[in-house]
Design a binder for this molecule. Structure first.
Ligand code: PLP
Length: 398
């Protein structure tokens, strides 16, 4: 046996359940044609990036190449970082400067850099199930232990009492994700006050700070006038992990940022730890050209009305067929109660109709399936007869 790191080998050999379904979709697309496969597996935005992205890229490419493609400083171009801070201040009333902002390769790099900055070996990090599966990989690689706290079954919101009971002396950080992948739930102000209350009480009881890591790649993806509260307004010890992957439809370009809240105790030290962690992970100087589109695109999004329309079509039809699901306020995922006791078995049966779904055990929560509706609206129309036939197979009562 070759002398490699066994844990890394394991991670490399076993791709995520979501990716496996996506690969199956690629196989079926090659076999029967893309238009006949109804792939709801991956959160890959289907609507194009807004015009500001292309226009800025074209302008940048007309400049001197070395001013565009050169290394920036490790945490990113100073003007870009300043523009992010100004945008946050203008929008949310924070008081940050470029010194609070670290430009990253998307939310994944934001999260790994933040987790490595705050975790010491053996620390616990609380996440709320269902949760984005990569959290486990990120937390464990940083030397921490993931502690999952189940959301309420009835509305998939955070259960503050269960949360409080799960905080221990070893709890170093808590990750929240709103709007949520995989449920689409947006955390309300009341819930944030509850979470903040627990964190303040427990930090005082154990005599150390418990950080709140706010994973926000879906921040702008909300429908029907719903507002996403600004987390640092409720808890100062907050680190925001942002990404432009979803808001600007740029998941392959790897661009996002970390905002270390100015209200955090000794935030400059915390920021330096983030810089050190990012450096140790090799995440210095996020892609230069995509950093430089950021100032022109802050506050803009792709045409998210397409997602809202998709959500309404699916929620309306699936409810009519008898499926149990809530209409989510944000992101682009539906979390549907599996009509089969085994969500995996339901997903297998759905394949008969070329419908590809992700079973919820991938997200640490049994009995549901995730439908990523960031797809072409025509695909939804073509998939609905399959959903109806499945409901009939399961004799779902309306
Ligand atoms: N966090 C959540 C909740 C996500 O859904 C994703 C991607 O789907 C990420 C983080 C990673 O985002 P990025 O592609 O920007 O690294």
């Amino acid at each position: 046996m070759i002398p490699v790191n066994e844990k890394m080998l394991g991670l490399g050999e076993k791709s995520s359940a979501i990716r496996e379904i996506f690969e199956y979709g690629n196989k079926r697309r090659a076999e029967i044609g893309a238009e006949n496969v109804f792939d709801f597996s991956l959160g890959n935005p289907s609507v194009p990036a807004p015009m500001c992205v292309n226009e800025t890229l074209v302008k940048l490419l007309e400049k001197e190449p070395d001013s565009v493609h050169a290394y920036t400083s490790g945490p990113g171009d100073r003007n870009v970082r300043a523009s992010v801070a100004e945008y946050l201040n203008k929008t949310f009333g924070s008081e940050m400067t470029y010194e609070n902002i670290y430009m990253t390769c998307g939310a994944a790099a934001s999260l790994t850099s933040t987790l490595n900055a705050v975790i010491n070996g053996g620390d616990e990090v609380i996440v709320f199930a269902p949760f984005f599966p990569e959290y486990r990989v990120f937390i464990e690689k940083a030397g921490g232990e993931l502690v999952a706290v189940k959301c309420r079954e009835d509305d998939l919101t955070i259960d503050a009492r269960r949360f409080e009971e799960s905080v221990t002396e070893k709890t170093k950080a808590v990750i929240i994700n709103s709007p949520n992948n995989p449920t689409g739930v947006v955390i309300s102000e009341k819930q944030l006050r509850d979470i903040s209350g627990v964190l303040k009480r427990k930090s005082a009881e154990y005599g150390h700070i418990i950080y709140l890591i706010s994973d926000e790649p879906y921040r702008e993806l909300v429908y029907g006038g719903v507002k996403v509260p600004f987390v640092p307004d409720f808890y100062g010890e907050t680190i925001i992990c942002y990404s432009f992957s979803k808001s600007l439809s740029l998941p392959g370009e790897r661009i996002g940022y970390i905002a270390v809240c100015e209200k955090a105790t000794e935030w400059k030290r915390l920021f330096s730890a983030v810089c050190g962690a990012a450096r140790s992970l090799g995440f210095v100087c996020a892609p230069s050209i995509f950093q430089k589109i950021v100032p022109e695109c802050l506050g803009k999004t792709s045409d998210i009305s397409v997602y809202e329309k998709n959500r309404n079509t699916l929620v309306g039809a699936l409810t009519e067929y008898g499926y149990k699901l809530a209409s989510p306020d944000g992101a682009f995922y539906l979390f549907l109660k599996s009509p089969d006791i085994s969500a995996a078995a339901f997903c297998e049966r759905a394949k008969k109709y070329e419908i590809l779904l992700v079973p919820s055990d991938s997200f640490g929560f049994d009995g549901y399936v995730r439908i990523a509706y960031c797809v072409n609206p025509g695909m939804i129309d073509r998939a609905l007869p399959g959903f109806r036939a499945l409901a009939e197979e399961y004799k779902i009562k309306k």
